[in-house]
Design a binder for this molecule. Sequence first.
Ligand code: ADP
Ligand code: RBF
Ligand code: MG
Length: 166
Amino acid sequence: MAQLNTARPLIVGPDVPISPYPIKMKGEVVRGFGRGSKELGTPTANLPEEATEALCKDIETGIYFGWSQVGNDPTVYPMVMSLGWNPYYKNEKRSAEVHIMHTFPEDFYGVELRVVVLGYIRPEKDYSSLDALINDINIDIQVANNSLARPAYTEYKKDQLFGISG
Ligand code: ADP
Ligand code: RBF
Ligand code: MG
């Protein structure tokens, strides 16, 4: 759908993460609103309220990128995170939702999720259609992958938060 393809830069932020990044966070994955992000192809692991509030103290609402790790799996995967009100759905509480760029064999509710946030992509937006939201999420994923490919960003896969891995 060509009219959905709103052009924007496919790499964002400086070549080296700068303050307030990196922002490190962990929490047990909680249930979200169950709106079927999964059916849309982008399931989001929701962080608990305490972690969400803590993130909101450091950064504005919006869409972010970084690295993530789930439970005992030593692998560190790229992620995109939506922090905020989800204007498209008119939520009354802020949420922090992390989509990990990896296909997992099963759900991991209740499992510890660790994230290192390394940069900001864009503000949250309202959309006139679900297709427009999905299209933007897919662009965010490309932006995150490109932005994380830079050496100073890749370095954070070896962060202490993730233990001996990367
Ligand atoms: P909810 O509204 O409960 O958050 P979602 O449709 O967003 O439901 O699905 C999220 C759940 O899907 C996560 O909590 C996790 O257990 C699972 N999941 C599977 N693959 C992924 C992935 N690649 N990234 C994030 N969550 C995933
Ligand atoms: N919701 C919005 O209302 N506006 C947004 O701009 C928005 N951007 C998102 C970007 C990413 C990368 C992700 C993973 C989610 C985003 N969401 C946004 C949240 C989305 O509404 C939520 O995941 C829904 O549950 C999808 O069905
Ligand atoms: Mg979710």
